[in-house]
Design a protein. Structure first.
Length: 511
């Protein structure tokens, strides 16, 4: 089995030989022939199986005839992240070396001007993230009515990142008579509905069981305490005890990526960081340095978990148990690629046990512990240590807080009886802490002595109506035989002498 039997053009076969590829992977062997026939395809394969070449190679062959016009690309490839889009552009440069195609890359974090110039020259291949593509379309710099081939890559990642509404809008802007190549590692129900809506009689290709890990990856678990500082110490011991060529360390939060990077640099590790808040230039420079070997350890968020082709990653360390079990499959898929062996270890705290069971259920296998599975006594002891640390931080559960706080049962009773606290902490509204009457200010700014006792007016909500005043009738009332309703003044009661004078005699307007 080789590429020459798949129906690719001679130019493409020469580029494949120059790149050193000899045997197609299963997804390439099954997807390339129907793609060359113009059929829609649903490709389901785990990461690292060569999905990129399975749509790049047939696209190069089909685009050999024809020429793109200004602002009207002939093909469109949608990627969820900037790194994946740039990686696909590199694949076109390598495998399309014998072609004179114009490839335009539309990603965020880069100025619009250069992207405008490429679109104006005419792009045979347009590679973009959904957000930047819609920005160009909204500015009137892009027309999509000449797209012949649409590729939606990493569709499940698109779903996780909330791009499905953008994908639906983009598909609505494309011509109906097009070929759609749809690739994903998993097929949740939302993705299945998307394929049913936008694909026509697709060829379904599934080369591996969904959400399974590669058999060439050795997976291990390492118990760690819930304390972050002690957890970082366990990670360093694990890294030092492994024969690491290069490794990616995954964290759930971008904030933890920065903290972990500082810790690694402080202890002498050659490390860098990659997360979504970094500028595009810094992200590209960090990835290039990691590929060249200038950086040994890469602390990263899940932005590096999907589709990045970083060759020869020897180790994956999960500092945090991923929130979604599917993310575990994609994280460890950065190693053990193309049939090579890899090693993946994950730190598990007592609070992560439920997440670990979800991962093992999804992968349908039991992951082995490095030092043996922790006993229930050890897990219970670790949870107790965490509770003691929480109580000792001077928070709402601390002993000092409870000692200074008034009894909860006393507060409602004091309010029900209309009493005021006089213990010095909460003096009454008219009494200062020293027991003397407090000066208050009326609405005119004059000082007066406030009475120490609450006024004995009829308590609220009782009301006492005063006699209405006889207002002189104007000309309108004289012409109208019906008497006008007289305003009624109501006494403001229950607040004593603290009420400003302008509220003591409110006047209601006649209706």
């Amino acid at each position: 089995m080789n590429f020459s039997t798949l129906g690719l053009s001679p130019k493409v076969l020469d580029a494949i030989a120059a790149a050193g590829f000899q045997t197609p992977t299963p997804i390439q062997h099954q997807a390339i022939p129907p793609a060359l026939e113009g059929r829609d395809i649903i490709g389901i394969a785990q990461t690292g199986t060569g999905k990129t070449a399975s749509f790049v190679l047939p696209m190069l062959t089909r685009l050999e005839t024809g020429r793109a016009r200004a602002r009207m690309p002939r093909s469109l490839i949608l990627e969820p992240t900037r790194e994946l889009a740039a990686q696909v552009a590199q694949a076109f440069e390598q495998l399309g070396a014998n072609h004179k195609f114009t490839v335009a890359l539309l990603i965020g974090g880069v100025a619009f001007d250069e992207q405008f110039r490429k679109l104006d020259r005419g792009a045979d291949v347009l590679i973009a993230t959904p957000g930047r593509l819609l920005d160009h379309y909204g500015r009137g710099k892009l027309l999509l009515n000449a797209v012949e081939i649409l590729v939606i890559d990493e569709a499940d990642r698109m779903l996780d990142m909330g791009f499905i509404p953008d994908i639906e809008r983009i598909c609505g802007l494309l011509p109906p008579a097009r070929q759609t190549l749809f690739f994903s590692a998993t097929m949740p129900p939302e993705i299945q509905k998307l394929t049913q809506r936008f694909l026509t009689n697709p060829e379904r290709i599934e080369v591996s069981t969904q959400a399974t890990t590669a058999r060439t990856i050795v997976q291990r678990l390492k118990f760690a305490p819930d304390d972050d500082k002690a957890k970082r110490e366990v990670l360093r011991e694990l890294m030092q005890g492994s024969d690491v060529k290069n490794a990616i360390i995954f964290c759930n939060r971008k904030r933890d990526v920065g903290i972990l990077l500082k810790s690694l640099l402080k202890h002498g590790f050659n490390a860098g960081a990659l997360h979504g808040d970094m500028e595009q230039r810094a992200r590209t420079a960090t990835l290039d340095a990691f590929r060249r070997g200038d950086i040994t350890y890469l602390a990263a968020s899940d932005v590096a978990a999907r589709g990045l082709d970083i060759p020869d990653v020897s180790h994956i360390f999960n500092f945090d148990v991923p929130i979604s079990p599917e993310d575990y499959v994609h994280r460890i898929g950065r190693t053990g690629r193309a049939g090579k062996e890899g090693f993946a270890a994950m730190l598990v705290t007592p609070s992560d046990m439920e997440g670990l069971r979800a991962i093992e259920k999804l992968c349908r296998e039991k992951i082995e512990w490095i030092d043996g599975e922790p006993s229930p006594e050890l897990l219970q002891s670790a949870r107790g240590d965490r509770r003691r640390r929480t109580r000792g931080r001077g928070g709402r559960d601390s002993a000092e807080f409870r000692a200074d706080r008034p009894s909860r049962s006393d507060r409602p009773r004091a309010r029900r009886n209309g009493e005021h606290r006089t213990n010095g902490e909460h003096p009454s509204p008219v009494q200062a802490a020293n027991g003397k009457p407090r000066r208050v200010r009326d609405h005119a700014g004059a000082d007066k002595r406030a009475k120490p006792e609450v006024s004995s007016v009829t308590p609220w909500p009782g009301r006492e109506e005063r006699k209405p005043r006889n207002l002189p009738q104007g000309p309108r009332e004289q012409r109208n035989s019906r008497p006008m309703r007289q305003p009624v003044e109501e006494a403001v009661v229950g607040l004593g002498d603290l009420v400003p004078a302008f509220l003591m005699n409110p006047v209601r307007r006649a209706k």
